[in-house]
Design a protein around this ligand. Structure first.
Ligand code: SAM
Length: 463
């Protein structure tokens, strides 16, 4: 069989992979390092994760370790697909979907629990957790960077789950919340070697110093996460790099704090490698073995018996918001001209957490104040809270939906009041009637600027 042309080499004529990285990889992978370097010159597989809350017909090859993960035969122009903006799927590389196996090994998909995603933006793993955890669970998605936190909120709202809040706390804030969370995902900031194939910036910024810096940051964050983990609870530690200083050695720190490593149910055919080194253990994905990018994951358990959660809270007299359905009891609270919905069962617990963490959005905003009125919030149109029967629907064509996402008005024969713009049956956003046109209420910050692409358009029936 003819070999693929190689863009990188371990023998001095590499042009784009950092030398220090190559030396490290040669040490840890020996002869196999050549295969890794070859794979970094090959195209990345394209994969998406479907949103079980917003199902649509798609025939595509499954990602074997993730129920809703799918490989696509080529990379289409996702930005020009309204279903992406409606939250019907999330574009995510396949290896990182392995966290689903950790959630399952922890049994966290089977009981209602309180979960924390500590380094959450842009929200790939947050929305994945929201798809795997029970509807009776609650997830706090935390991100320290303000700009990235806005993107995290956007992605959570597009996903549509009700059981999520956004926080902007430092990991050290968790010192005030000992033994609190049943599940913590720590997807740590890392040196990003696993992204070398698809992200030239990851290669440019890599240095031995960056690896050391990241290892220090991870070592700083870990004890806070461990402190906040409830007895019998599970911590998922992950990175997208192959440095043992950032992976197994961090796991070794957790083990020295009392953590028990937990095995995952991994099919050998997936190519995921179990590693034990430097006193720690975990699972590694290499692109020459796994159909995905580079990734590391470990699952750890805190000794003790799990807390039986019986969340309770007030059921506030719901305002008569026609566009919100409350199949489960809701608590509606006003915060800075927003009306925020959260599952009533978690309201008391969230109030206690709010005393320690900066909950920037303690639930899903369903309405915003405009003068003396409450008008529907963008998140409500995308949410499972949308009361579809109670609002006028305007089903948009592909061209109209793209115009809507660009912030344009939509021509109409007789447009009045507020209506919900729909695409293929999914709520997209709000329209305001103005006679012969619908005015656009899609948030300015989410507008699509791209009008054309060299990539082929999405055509789901093709896959
Ligand atoms: N989990 C995310 C996902 O799946 O979409 C990716 C998270 S990214 C690997 C790591 C995140 O950690 C970044 O959003 C970054 O802003 C945040 N971060 C960086 N330094 C941090 C620190 N010292 N403490 C907490 N978070 C930090």
């Amino acid at each position: 069989m003819a070999r693929r042309p190689r863009r990188h080499s371990l023998h001095g004529h590499d042009e784009s992979l950092p030398e220090g990285f190559l030396i490290g990889i040669r040490k840890s992978l020996a002869a196999e390092s050549e295969l890794l370097v070859d794979s970094l010159a090959a195209p990345s597989p394209t994969s998406i994760r479907l949103n079980p809350r917003k199902p649509f017909a798609l025939e595509a090859e499954p990602v074997p370790w993730c129920e809703h993960g799918r490989y696509l035969a080529h990379r289409p122009a996702f930005t020009l697909d309204p279903l992406l903006h409606a939250g019907a799927y999330y574009v995510q590389e396949a290896s990182s979907m392995l966290i689903e196996q950790a959630v399952r090994a922890a049994g966290a998909h089977q009981r209602d629990l309180l979960a924390l995603d500590l380094c959450a933006a842009p929200g790939g793993k947050t929305t994945h957790l929201l798809s795997v955890l029970t509807q009776g669970s609650f997830l706090i998605a935390n991100e320290i960077d303000g700009k990235r936190r806005s993107i995290l909120a956007e992605n959570c709202w597009k996903h549509g789950a009700l059981n999520v809040a956004i926080a902007g706390s430092l990991p050290s804030d968790l010192q005030a919340l000992p033994d609190r969370f049943d599940l913590i995902l720590l997807d740590a900031p890392c040196s990003g070697e696993g992204l070398f194939r698809r992200d030239p910036f990851a290669r440019q910024q890599w240095s031995r110093r960056l690896v050391e810096q990241c290892a220090r940051t991870q070592a700083d964050i870990l004890p806070h996460a461990w402190h906040a983990l409830a007895p019998g609870g599970h911590l998922i530690y992950s990175t997208c790099t192959w440095e043992s200083a950032e992976n197994e050695r961090q796991v070794a720190r957790l083990i020295s704090m009392g953590a028990e490593p937990v095995m995952l149910n991994i099919d050998p055919a997936w190519g995921v490698e179990r590693t034990e080194r430097d006193g720690g253990a975990g699972y590694r994905c290499y692109p020459h073995r796994v159909r995905g990018e580079g990734f590391f994951l470990a699952l750890l358990r805190k000794p003790g018996s799990p807390i039986a959660r019986r969340p309770t809270g007030p059921v506030c007299a719901t305002r008569n918001l026609g566009w919100v359905k409350a199949e489960r009891p809701l608590d509606l609270a006003e915060q800075h001209d927003l009306l925020i919905a959260r599952p009533a069962a978690w309201a008391n617990e969230l109030d206690r957490i709010a005393a320690a963490m900066r909950l920037t959005m303690p639930g899903i905003p369903v309405a915003e104040r405009k003068g003396a009125e409450w008008v529907p919030h963008a998140a409500a149109a995308l949410s499972e809270l949308l009361q579809t029967g109670a609002v006028t629907h305007v089903e948009l064509s592909l061209a109209e939906a793209m115009a809507y996402l660009r912030g344009e008005t939509i021509a109409a024969a007789d447009a009045h009041d507020t209506a919900c713009a729909m695409y293929r049956g999914f709520g997209l956003g709000w329209l305001q009637g103005a006679g012969r046109r619908w005015n656009n209420r899609w948030p300015a910050a989410w507008r699509v600027r791209q009008t054309r692409s060299e990539a082929p358009p999405v055509s789901w029936s093709e896959y």
